[in-house]
Design a protein around this ligand. Structure first.
Ligand code: 5GP
Ligand code: ZN
Length: 108
């Protein structure tokens, strides 16, 4: 998708603060963090939202879930949210599937 901001981040055309990477996904810091830990988990391939991803690619879906929970466990004390805003009404602003890992308490 040529005008998709997360496709551009995956391609390295827009810089981001990479936190972790797996075979099918990357994790990078949200540009406008809402909590002390705020990391986005983004499949390398373009899907419009998590419903599109779940319907079309279970391998990538599992990889996204595992990368997100691994990042959350590495960075936080183990208490976190893993949230997928889906659709404009739910607050989705970037239409490339992504999960938000947010947590109040970084691991010491
Ligand atoms: P949504 O509202 O779609 O669930 O989440 C999109 C998120 O992407 C927002 O939290 C927003 O701050 C973040 N975001 C938008 N553009 C960029 C960008 O260019 N770089 C990074 N790191 N985050 C971005
Ligand atoms: Zn995209």
């Amino acid at each position: 998708m040529s005008d998709c901001v997360f496709c551009k981040i995956v391609a390295g055309e827009i810089p981001s603060k990479l936190v972790a990477e797996s075979e099918h996904a990357i994790a990078f810091n949200d540009i406008k963090p809402a909590q002390p830990i705020h990391v986005l988990i983004v499949p390398k391939k373009h899907f419009n939202d998590v419903a599109d991803l779940a319907a079309r690619d279970e391998v990538v879906l599992l990889d996204v879930m595992r990368l997100g929970t691994q990042v959350a466990e590495d960075l936080s004390i183990g208490s976190f949210r893993f949230q997928f805003n889906t659709g404009e009404e739910a607050g989705q602003t970037v239409f490339h599937a992504h999960g938000h890992i947010t947590s109040k308490t970084p691991r010491a």
